[in-house]
Design a protein around this ligand. Sequence first.
Ligand SMILES: Nc1nc2c(c(=O)[nH]1)N[C@H]1C(S)=C(S)[C@@H](COP(=O)(O)OP(=O)(O)OC[C@H]3O[C@@H](n4cnc5c(=O)[nH]c(N)nc54)[C@H](O)[C@@H]3O)O[C@H]1N2
Ligand SMILES: Nc1nc2c(c(=O)[nH]1)N[C@H]1C(S)=C(S)[C@@H](COP(=O)(O)OP(=O)(O)OC[C@H]3O[C@@H](n4cnc5c(=O)[nH]c(N)nc54)[C@H](O)[C@@H]3O)O[C@H]1N2
Ligand code: SF4
Ligand SMILES: [Mo]
Length: 895
Amino acid sequence: MTEIKTTETVRTTCPYCGVGCGVLATRHENGKITVAGDPDHPSNFGRLCSKGSALGETLSLDGRLLYPEIAGERSDWETALDLVAHRFSEAIRDHGPDSVAFYVSGQILTEDYYVANKLIKGFIGSANIDTNSRLCMASSVAGHRRAFGADTVPGTYEDLELADLVVLVGSNLAWCHPVLFQRLESAKAANPALRIVVIDPRQTATTSIADLHLALKPDTDVALFNGLLAFLSEARALDLNYINRFTEEFENTIQAAGPCEIGAIAEKTGLSRQDIALFYKMVARTEKTVTVYSQGVNQSVVGTDKVNAILNTHLATGRIGRPGMGPFSVTGQPNAMGGREVGGLANMLAAHMGLDNADHRRIVQDFWQSPVIADRQGLKAVDLFKAVKAGRIKALWVMATSPVDSLPDADGIAEALTECPFVVVSEVTRDADMVPFADVLLPAAAWGEKDGTVTNSERRISRQRRFLDLPGEVRPDWWHFSEVARKMGFEAAFSYPNAAAIFREHAALSSHRNGGMRDFDIGAYKGVSDAQYDALTPFQWPQAAGNAASQTRFFANGGFFTDSGKGRFVPVAFRTPRKLERAYPFLLNTGRVRDQWHTMTRTAKTSRLTSHIAEPFAELHPQDADRLGVSPADLVEVKSPHGTALVRALVTERVRPGEVFVPMHWTDQFASQARIDAVVAPETDPHSGQPGSKFTPVAVSKREMAWFGFAVLSRRPEAIAADYWAIAPIENGYRLEFAGRNEADLRTVVSALGTFGDDQLSIEDTVNGSFRQAFWQEERLQAAFFFSRRPVEVSRQWACGLLSGEPMADNRRSEVLAGRAPADRPDPGAIVCSCFQVGCNQISDAARCGAGSVAAIGETLKAGTNCGSCRSEIQTLLDTLATESLDETDLAKAG
Ligand SMILES: Nc1nc2c(c(=O)[nH]1)N[C@H]1C(S)=C(S)[C@@H](COP(=O)(O)OP(=O)(O)OC[C@H]3O[C@@H](n4cnc5c(=O)[nH]c(N)nc54)[C@H](O)[C@@H]3O)O[C@H]1N2
Ligand SMILES: Nc1nc2c(c(=O)[nH]1)N[C@H]1C(S)=C(S)[C@@H](COP(=O)(O)OP(=O)(O)OC[C@H]3O[C@@H](n4cnc5c(=O)[nH]c(N)nc54)[C@H](O)[C@@H]3O)O[C@H]1N2
Ligand code: SF4
Ligand SMILES: [Mo]
């Protein structure tokens, strides 16, 4: 491979969400990497969110897996690959092709994915490949296929800007697709007539932009959208011409939807009649309507029906495939779409072809010249791990995903993996929950070290480019698969010199005997040279050969991929969500926070991103907290028949009474017991096999603790033996929250953390049980501990700033033990803007001094002026302050 030049700027794509922003990565002479938004990329035009902006700080080799390992011992590639090939071949020989499986990820590149799918479906002869996209996009895929005959996303990002009404269903766009949210914010500023409706049981950062927030009861979306369809019909807002010319099954569907009885819908959804009527009228009168939907729709046991209930309303109004209108499933992972394009799901073939279609199987087998072709569906994620547990899978390969954290019944998954005879894990880090389960660990090239392509939510294919040398012995994921394939006897079909060669083959397959029959066609690229591949600029499919400038939207004039060529209405009946039993009276909802990515293996490498939210939490309504005797910052246990999590109580009206929200991010690497998927029930949608990760009946209770502790430490402790702990990096070390049930354990826990310095000071207050201790080494603070019988009330932001690494004057030592900032150095408060490290106290102070808008806060403090991800939170803070001062004026008047 060619050496990377220093101080060269490389255009590549962000490895996080499905917005697919272009970034410019520059490696400087001193080895430092800086990352900026690519002004020429059509997804972001230079913008980046907090995660994208912090990419340069997450590239250190700390904790990286650099060499192959067998049974936890360093090995070499030859031995490791031989072993993998041998064990897979042996299982296939003795137990048949369905005794092996791959479980991969929407975070590998299209080229990686293509090779995995080709190996298992065309050469091993099994469709046992599934991916974390099953937990993410499967209901959208199933819904698209039912309605359109193919997994087609009809619209483009621009449609959100051209719309007059954007309906966000089960999407926290502000935190999860931040740059798309920024584009929407700008569109609203430019077009004040643009209305935004958010449909989400929770109040989120996204609801701050909403003209209308419908906080419906969980899993009642079908009732709301069936009602909308009926309303549109009664209000004569249908496009009968479109329905007659381009669709089928309308009559059945409108009948199934029934009459529009707002009272009954209000009953089912828990919404007010006025809000429902307002929403329906907005949709009826706005032609340019875009409905964006995400995991509040997909991750449900009725997810596919939710998708079709939404699609029905767009087909019925003909609002699809034209500028400013359409249904829009936004994808989560950077390459969720690419994975679907290569067919990396157990029920798909390749290039959007179907496993159940004999013609398609012939096309693919002929193209691959493969000895076999899988001819029936493989096991979908949840069932796949059930088969592992039952001993039916003899060899399993997991790549770029952490099923012990992200699949429901995660403790059950861990058990299954322990029992599996042979587990291969391709990973980038050693500090991941999957590592202990691997018989063979294969070191993968990480972002910045590998070449390939990804497809974003709007079908845009962009290059990821290498700008770093491969460290240690890491190799790209496609190479892991192709080397094993070669050792299994399939040299000819897997002799790829580079990623470009795989891309060419993938493009050629998409156009092989296509002729406009299939939506996915990038035949225009089948002949790209290596140099052209290197220079590839982002493009949207379809791009058929000889027809490169084809349209960028689908279905404005029919052209569906069903047998009849017509779009299909799907009658969907509302299913009343499961009643809660007395033992599990709360509903657990799960999802994401702004600055962390999934299991945090990359985003928790920089203190900039952990400064926003550093601890796992449960949002709990004040009424529920009262009833349970839970005060803010207590520790609560969230429990289902599957497992238990222990997290901090965040008492807030953002959630509905009876519901709790816990983020999905914390793993055993960062907390004692916060893997929330250990609690989530493994119930799936019957059409898509996607788990209902947002709906688990749980019990919530306060966990009594004898002591609570908070510490800042200059290094990660040797062992944390406390009943509860959560750790996060800070600028010069770590911050640790911990707590214990027994007072007597406190000293043991502290001594197990290791020693921090010779020079020590402590103070104890035996009356209230508070105890503080700090350690210095050569006048530099190494550790400060704060203990109390109640949750520790020390300002975290101030305490984190103490570990400056600089010598500390004697007179400041008492400040440390006093546990609060001196008057001349005010406490910034909890960090809101991670780019400039601006806290909520600073924002409140500036607002009180007259900075009354997000823009004014930006001018005064810079907060919100870099990536902009925090702007909705600043707005919410300003709104709260405004209501507080209103209350004060009201009180003054009343007085
Ligand atoms: N910061 C950050 N961004 C990310 C990711 C990340 O890890 N961190 N991950 C990426 C990935 S892979 C994905 S898939 C996307 C996910 O992006 P989103 O889907 O936007 O995110 P979630 O937080 O999972 O869930 C969205 C919302 O669904 C709501 N919801 C729950 N139940 C229901 C319901 O019954 N009906 C409705 N209408 N809403 C409901 C939840 O309250 C939640 O606010 O984010 C991507 N972007
Ligand atoms: N309760 C609940 N559970 C959920 C969800 C939810 O909302 N609620 N959301 C679901 C969704 S939508 C998703 S997408 C999943 C995500 O869940 P996972 O896929 O399990 O989470 P990640 O942390 O993204 O896992 C990626 C792993 O791959 C490693 N990795 C990173 N880059 C590379 C690479 O280039 N090659 C290789 N080989 N490894 C790499 C990372 O270190 C990490 O260990 O979680 C799902 N689970
Ligand atoms: S919105 Fe943020 S996380 Fe998503 S691709 Fe853009 S920079 Fe990356
Ligand atoms: Mo996802």
